[in-house]
Design a protein around this ligand. Structure first.
Ligand code: KIV
Ligand code: ZN
Length: 385
């Protein structure tokens, strides 16, 4: 079974969702949960984009130990310098640098010739490698780029020191068949491809991001990029929880495995939804409220006789339990701690004590304390950074 590395970009591309603006504390909490979920790499932000993003990336790089932390940079030396300052304390500092390769982007956005784009890409990868042990290079709008131009530029950036080459479907335009063909072409024609791994990064404009990611994996991609709940620019990115569950349920078709801990899916999805303010649609695959609900009499009857009649995924697989622990004035510290953990938080003893006291005060006025009440308490006491 081939191992697929999961590259999560909830904190960068996901944060580019219209209307989403995560503060530093929220970013750190999400990063910790992504680490528990088992992502191999997390893109913590775009350090040169703002002071706030720089600080959040720096803090995440310092506190995350079990996932690699990366940050985005344009093919500009100053972006790379800023990214290095933000990432240098990470366990395995890693840079993600990109430049557009499609005729549309090169002509209208970059106003550069293809040769100039190659020159800039090579110079910036070489520059980045003077500091970063690992550099991922992305060909923005790869799916609308000329295949032979891609082969040329990929050979050059690998020679310059890039060890991951990402071929994004930036505008969500491609189909599974076309995207798979692109990966196969690159695998078969790039002379030094054995010195790098291939990554897929899909957007969901035509609703095919997960299907395209699966097609890329079937054709040589060993890294898949995406976000929790599929949030991201415009219609969003490939939903990582859908990709992971598809591999698990259809292992007969997809001989791949990841490091993801599937039972962390629900918790991760809830945390991201809450902090970003982006509600998960009820009918969303894997994490939607209705994903495991059966409404019609015929379906209910079938499920009662044998759940496999209408249920291909069990709720337990993705961490949905029937544990409806209700917190109220008789609840003790232990139940409180368990509940806080189930919401995705890990508090120091001191902060836990503060939160418990605030909870006890609330139970004087409220019979039942809801998850929303707890989130308010947790935000108020400021979680451990
Ligand atoms: O969609 C895209 O092309 C991107 C790049 C920056 C990798 O997000
Ligand atoms: Zn993107």
């Amino acid at each position: 079974m081939t191992r697929i590395n999961i590259f999560d970009t909830t904190l960068r591309d996901g944060e580019q969702s219209p209307g989403v603006n995560l503060n530093q504390l929220e970013k750190i909490e999400i990063a910790k949960q992504l680490e528990r979920f088992g992502v191999d790499i997390m893109e913590a932000g775009f350090p040169a984009s703002s002071k706030g993003d720089f600080e959040a990336v720096r803090k995440i790089a310092q506190s995350i130990k079990n996932s690699s932390v990366t940050g985005l940079a344009r093919a500009i030396k100053s972006d790379i310098d800023i990214a290095w300052d933000a990432l240098k304390d990470a366990e395995e500092p890693r840079l993600h640098v990109f430049i557009a390769t499609s005729p549309i982007h090169m002509t209208y956005k970059l106003k550069k010739t293809p040769d100039e784009v190659i020159k800039t890409a090579v110079e910036t990868v070489k520059y980045a490698r003077q500091r970063f042990p690992k550099v991922q290079w992305s060909a923005e709008d790869a799916s609308r780029s000329d295949y032979d131009f891609l082969v040329r530029i990929i050979e050059e950036v690998i020679d310059a020191g890039a060890s991951v080459v990402n071929l994004p479907d930036t505008v969500g335009y491609t189909t599974p068949e076309e995207y798979g063909k692109l990966f196969r072409y690159v695998k078969e024609n790039v002379r030094n491809i054995d010195q790098a791994s291939l990554s897929a990064h899909c957007h969901d404009d035509l609703g095919m991001a997960v299907a395209n990611s699966l097609a890329a994996a079937e054709n040589g991609a060993t890294q898949i990029e995406g976000t929790i709940n599929g949030i991201g620019e415009r219609a969003g990115n490939a939903a990582l929880e859908e990709f992971a569950v598809a591999l698990n349920i259809r292992h007969d078709k997809y001989p791949f495995h990841t490091n993801l801990v599937l039972k962390e899916i629900k918790r991760t999805s809830d945390l991201v939804s809450r902090f970003t303010g982006m509600m998960v649609p009820a009918n969303k695959a894997v994490v939607g409220r209705n994903a495991f609900a059966h409404e019609s009499g015929i379906h209910q009857d079938g499920v009662l006789k044998n759940a496999s009649t209408y249920e291909i995924i069990t709720p337990e697989l993705v961490g949905i339990t029937s544990n409806n622990l209700v917190l109220g004035k008789h609840s003790g510290r232990h139940a409180f701690k368990d509940k806080i953990k189930s919401l995705g938080y890990e508090l120091t003893e001191e902060k836990l004590q503060d939160a418990f006291q605030a909870f006890k005060l609330l139970t004087d006025h409220k019979k039942e304390v809801t998850d929303d009440d707890l989130f308010t308490i947790l935000t108020d006491i400021q979680t451990d950074v």
